[in-house]
Ligand binder design. Structure first.
Ligand code: PGA
Length: 269
């Protein structure tokens, strides 16, 4: 696992976007695993800039998103942010501003009539696409990856998950409150890729920024591997995981100096 520490959110986002852009240039029909939340927005903005100013071409890229709330899906009649689906988030924050055909983008279908069957189909679709080449991830306040809340098996595949109070509170503050929803209106379940699904990606980039993530980042990276902090599964990603942090999110790590030293050494290889 490589841990890259950047001065601030902007630098973290630029480093992540440049890694994604490298892959898109090298493999134009790559499969990207994408994340929602506040953390990746800067990365998406930088990818949009690269598309506009540098011609970064997404026309053959395919994407699979990590998760979606159960019971909601993109509502074409409602503008953002009243439509709080992750499908809408992806459209507004990335897809509408790059040249990716929407048919190449998949977000779990929160409106599926048979969500259990949908989960099986989603796994199959990822496999049929050849697997995810690069999975982008944030980390939740409770240590989750996607919506894999504490106690989820580290071998889990796409499934339906009940959301913790902390996740509901975090997401309410970030998105729902501003859109005029009451806390009770929030969906309490989600469809999410499992930790096993995420670990099967060929490479992973995990992002975290801000002081409030410092404790959980240190638990995930330097604590025990445990289903109580599902992102601690990153420690099982031999040679394929990169963690990109701003200085605040990195501030509780024990081995900061070593991570910085290793990055400099690797640059000389
Ligand atoms: P955030 O969420 O990016 O909004 O902090 C991260 C997550 O829940 O994975």
């Amino acid at each position: 696992m490589d841990v890259l520490i950047r001065a601030d959110y902007d630098q973290m986002s630029k480093t992540a976007a440049s890694r994604i852009a490298d892959l898109v240039r090298k493999k134009p029909d790559c499969v990207l695993g994408l994340a929602t939340g506040g953390t990746p927005i800067g990365t998406y903005k930088e990818l949009i800039r690269m598309h506009r100013e540098e011609g970064l071409d997404f026309s053959k890229v395919r994407t699979f998103n990590l998760d979606e709330y159960l019971g909601i899906g993109r509502d074409l009649d409602k503008p953002y942010p009243q439509d709080q689906s992750y499908a809408r988030f992806m459209y507004e924050e990335l897809f509408k501003s790059i040249n990716i055909p929407l048919k190449n983008t998949r977000v779990p279908d929160g409106l599926s009539k048979d969500p259990e069957a949908f989960c099986v189909e989603y796994e199959e679709a990822i496999r049929a696409a050849g697997g995810v080449d690069l999975q982008l991830l944030g980390i939740g306040g409770d240590g989750h990856w996607a919506f894999n809340e504490p106690g989820t098996s580290l071998a889990s595949k796409t499934h339906i998950e009940a959301l913790t109070r902390q996740t509901l509170d975090d997401n309410y503050e970030l998105f729902y409150k501003g859109a005029g929803f009451s806390r009770d209106d929030m969906p309490h379940f989600a469809i999410t890729m499992g930790i096993g699904t995420i670990l099967s990606a060929k490479s992973l980039i995990m992002l975290a920024n801000g002081k409030k993530k410092a404790g959980v980042v240190s638990a995930a990276l330097e604590g025990p591997i445990t289903s109580q902090v599902t992102s601690s599964a990153i420690q099982m990603c031999a040679g394929k995981a990169t963690v990109i942090l701003d200085e605040e999110a990195a501030s509780s790590l024990r081995n900061i100096e070593f991570y910085q030293h290793k990055e400099k050494l690797k640059a000389t290889l």
